[in-house]
Design a binder for this molecule. Sequence first.
Ligand code: PEP
Ligand code: MN
Length: 343
Amino acid sequence: MIVVLKKHSAESSRLPIEGYLNANHISFRYVDALGVFVIPKNQQLNALEKFDGIETIIPIQTPYQLTSKSYKNKTSFAVNDIAIGENLFNVMAGPCSVENEDQIFATAEYLSSLGVKFLRGGAYKPRTSPYSFRGLETEGLKLLSKAAKAYNMSVVTEVLDGSLIDEVATYADVIQVGSRNMHNFHLLNQLGKTNKPILLKRGFQAKVVEWLLAAEYIMSGGNEQIILCERGIRSFDPSSRNVLDLGVVPIIKELSHLPIIIDPSHGTGLASRVTPASLAAAAIGADGVLIEVHPDPSKALSDSDQAISFDEFGTLLSKTKTLLAALGKQTDTETPVLNSGRL
Ligand code: PEP
Ligand code: MN
């Protein structure tokens, strides 16, 4: 259950309610940034109705509360003037890893020439083997941010660990939590206290309820700017790197108010499958895509099999626009950037 306090009376209303809940041993969390009490156990609390300053009491039957659709119909926010979670299909693209200045600048130049607003790139990379390329770290963040600024794009990049949040937040416009970290509750908790949008990838073995509870960690810290990202789940079948669960899009739309985008690159693991999977993402109602693009895919230092070339990306984007037009939607690549002051 969520008890929403009236905005103007949040402080004066909070204490008597808190006193009542404590006296009755009812476990709760007060989320100051949202002005709400979350009372996770499903119980009858008619007594709460007598307290002043309550806007509404929302009964919620699921373990996730703030991320539930019962709490809110839709979440949308802007990243450097580009709307997320509105009727706009966000296109985020770039290399798996930032490798050097030429690579990231060439990618940013090409993508921005097509109107792409979000430049992705890993500087701290979670790699299965410690001997694989693990990213340029601070240098990678600096190059990524320099390239994004030069082409008026927003940065999407991963944080691997809580100790890196401050550093990553200095350069990122959207902080990515990777699939492996979806269960890192301490990290999620810390991200809940930041004011940066968080792109939360689905753990490759996570149930939908676990994914929404991971998002709940962030939201219960007061940070509502969350983008869910489906990136494929692990199966018994080696014919695909992961199984891209596109059916999860309408499920999330039913259960939650959070925007959901699709990562067809990790979801399929092979360049030739990225375009069909992206089109399917647009058709099934996703809010966007996150795509790995490289100037020379065969030479990519990480995830080279799934990186698409500039030409392939251009074709993907134009097909996506055509498909979305038939659905009465648009990509954000067609949106002019208002905030040209960043340059
Ligand atoms: C990535 O985006 O490059 C990445 C490592 O993704 P995931 O966490 O989905 O494997
Ligand atoms: Mn990758």
